[in-house]
Design a protein around this ligand. Sequence first.
Ligand SMILES: Cc1ncc(COP(=O)(O)O)c(C=O)c1O
Length: 164
Amino acid sequence: MHFSEPYKTDYLFYQTRSELPFIDRAEGVYLYDHTGKKYLDGCSGAINTNIGHGNPRILQAIAEQARKVFFSYRTQFENEPAHRLAAKLVHGSAEHLTKVFYVSSGSEAIESAMKLARQYYFNRGQKSRYQFISRTPSYHGSTLGALSLTSSAQLELPFRPMLK
Ligand SMILES: Cc1ncc(COP(=O)(O)O)c(C=O)c1O
């Protein structure tokens, strides 16, 4: 089989020293590297491609929406897709979950949940309530707030003095 070597630079900050396969394309539950080798994407990326890769309905919806408008900022504008997705999420959730706040990652979700909980008690005058309980071991994300709930020496030891 003929294949070309992938374009590689020294500019990426790596979290591992091991050589990793170069992913070239994906379809359904499979990833393919630049040699054509097939990998089962068993954990859906980082649990974020759980409807699979290259779903034609999703690709079409993304293209249609991108042609109409790519982004509008929530403090300035409203948009219909945001409302449609919010309705789907609320209708598919437990009855008491009635509001949606969009973020871009799990770490941001944890940060936002911590802030919302704190804000709630602060506004109710219970200002001494600011602590959170988490389990050992646990992983709650890479940003500082989420890291303060994470319990894994390897991940959070150097940052502990900053998190108190
Ligand atoms: C339980 C849990 N919380 C938070 C996160 C952080 O998510 P992200 O990597 O999208 O920031 C993860 C990621 O694996 C997770 O498993």
